[in-house]
Design a binder for this molecule. Structure first.
Ligand SMILES: [Zn+2]
Length: 566
């Protein structure tokens, strides 16, 4: 009997030993900034099979190593939790990586609209014979765009150029013919969405709904989408991001969810992605019901470790620079005009939020103008009263103009403000356009500190590829100074809304984890959490701000494995 017991013991020991032999372990040494208030800094992190097992001193961590442990000593460089983004467009990025990139011209202060035409001409020369020419990243410069400007270089093949913000499009005559942008379209969408000339004919400059419908018509195939998504994943890793919210399934590829899912199944997708599905907020009630049920089906179907459908995306309005942000008071340049009301009824917001929250999902709103945001908050308040669900963690993104009396309600109803630190400076062209449309209200735009003061869990977003960068150091610099080095002191915009660096880091780590219901698994370097890290050469909390702006990434880790850098 004793003998049997002994041999069982030996067997158990052998099994245990062989288990530990197969265990993958990693020791990271450096200046560890944990974002865990219990132990804010450490010298070392020890990882076993993708999970953090120890955070503390280098001496203690070394005792846990064996000869198989991978050891990386980053010296004075800083190890942060993997960064998390609350609103990006992986699918749009996948699309943009496969078309002409016009952002370089956009960021040249001296550029004019004709420079975009020249850039497209060059792209055509480099890519002859395409059945369709797509580009993205332009913004209004010296004048409004016209189809004739593009016809001069591309008379026969459709050409469609998306703006930087993704809300407007510049198309040539061949595109208008092919996709039915004509007098009927003017009637259907209105002159704010289909611009017209003195004779009432479309000029080739479109905003909002006709663009969304056009994007659907020129969308990527699933295979193109998968190819582009892998480029997007590399891009996100190169900025130190390990998890993102995808703010719009349904844009640019009808099979986007399948593309993500197949990449997961093939073991190629490791950028944890929390996706919301765009529903058309303008449809009749019965159609809305079936659209919401479809979102729930997708939620149940796509619920894997690296790709989850978490709820619904709703557009409340457009954007101020396209004259379509929905304002409480009239536009300064057009008496009696308040902007585009894409979802004008708070009762409809309540219906959408109620359905999502009751089913364990959340709603992510695009909301720019103060009227749009007021309507969202009223709708969420109504939904909470009706359903009793207080932990919906619904999010409102962009928040360009917000009435102060709404801030407290964000906290009361646990609404996540998703704000854009990269947009807060006084960029001359954008600022002048905004000022001409909404006057004084431009002075208090893009609040951030007010949301912290109200008690909200603020999330940052770059809206990539709407912003051409997702830079963490630049986001921290701009959130704390409200300008950037090239704008300098003159570019400081609404400085009362500067936040601390610690708050800025929370907005790309712990607060986003909370938003995604992942606060027990991600967002900080804490024992038991997933071993996602971003390593930078700079201490974002202590280095001088110029160093922060110029900080360089060294590595990104996913599940304890190197995903970028070295
Ligand atoms: Zn967006």
């Amino acid at each position: 009997m004793k003998k049997i017991f002994l041999s069982l013991l030996v067997l158990a020991t052998v099994i245990l030993a062989s288990c530990s032999k197969n265990t993958e372990t990693l020791l990271l040494l450096g200046n560890v900034i944990t974002m865990d208030p219990a132990t804010p800094t450490a010298e070392a992190v020890f990882v076993e099979d993708g999970i953090i097992k120890y955070v503390g001193t280098a001496d203690e961590a070394r005792k846990m190593c064996d000869d198989k442990t991978v050891v990386k000593d980053y010296g004075t460089a800083c190890i942060y939790p993997g960064f998390m983004e609350a609103h990006t467009h992986g699918i749009l990025a996948a699309d943009r990586f496969q078309q002409a990139d016009l952002t370089e011209t956009t960021y040249r202060d001296d550029a004019v609209m004709d420079d975009y035409v020249a850039a497209m001409k060059q792209y055509m020369d480099e890519h002859p014979g395409l059945p369709l020419y797509k580009g993205a990243g332009w913004t209004i410069k010296d004048k409004e765009p016209t189809a004739a400007m593009l016809d001069a270089i591309c008379p026969d093949v459709p050409m469609l150029l998306n703006t930087e913000d993704g809300h407007s499009m510049w198309v040539n005559t061949a595109a208008m013919k092919k996709y039915g942008i004509d007098a009927e379209a003017v009637k259907k969408y209105g002159k704010d969405c289909v611009r017209v000339d003195a004779n009432g004919n479309p000029t080739g400059y479109l905003s909002e709904n006709p663009c969304i419908e056009l994007i659907a018509k020129i969308s990527m195939t699933k295979d193109e989408c998968k190819k582009g998504l892998l480029l997007w994943q590399d891009k996100a890793f190169s900025y130190g991001f390990t998890a993102v919210a995808e703010a719009g399934l349904g844009l640019a590829c009808p099979e986007a969810a399948e593309a993500y899912q197949e990449l997961c199944d093939e073991g190629l997708w490791k950028l944890r992605t929390y996706a919301v599905v765009v529903v058309d907020e303008s449809v009749p009630d019965a159609k809305l019901d079936s659209a919401l049920n479809h979102v729930l089906e997708m939620h149940n179907k796509h619920n894997s470790e690296y790709f989850k459908v978490t709820g619904t995306k709703v557009f409340m309005d457009g954007v101020i620079e396209a004259h379509t942000g929905w304002m409480d008071e009239e536009y300064s340049d057009e008496p009696g005009y308040f902007g585009l009301k894409r979802c004008p009824e708070s009762s409809r917001v309540a219906k959408i939020v109620g359905f999502n929250n009751k089913n364990g999902m959340n709603v992510h709103f695009h909301s720019i103008g103060d009227a749009a945001t007021r309507t969202v908050v009223e709708g969420i308040a109504q939904a909470v009263a009706e359903t009793g669900v207080k932990d919906g963690r619904n999010a409102v993104a962009h928040l360009q103009v917000v009435k102060p009396e709404l801030l407290r309600k964000f906290a009361d109803y646990n609404i996540i403000p998703v704000v854009a630190p990269l947009w807060v400076g006084k960029f001359p062209i954008e600022y002048d356009i905004t000022r001409s449309y909404i006057g004084e209200r431009a002075e208090t735009q893009y609040p951030i500190k007010s949301f912290y003061d109200a008690g909200c869990k603020v999330n940052f977003h770059s809206d990539f590829p709407v912003s051409s960068s997702m830079s963490v150091p630049q986001s921290i610099y701009m959130a704390t100074t409200r300008t950037n080095p090239s704008l300098g002191a003159k570019g400081i915009h609404n400085p009362a809304e500067c936040i601390t660096r610690q708050q800025a880091l929370e907005a790309i780590t712990t607060n986003v984890a909370y938003h995604c219901h992942e606060e027990n698994r991600q967002g900080s370097i804490t024992v038991g959490k997933i071993a996602n890290f971003a390593v930078f050469d700079t201490d974002f909390l202590k280095a001088n701000l110029d160093q922060v702006w110029d900080a360089k990434i060294k590595a990104t880790y996913i599940d304890g494995k190197l995903a970028y850098g070295k």
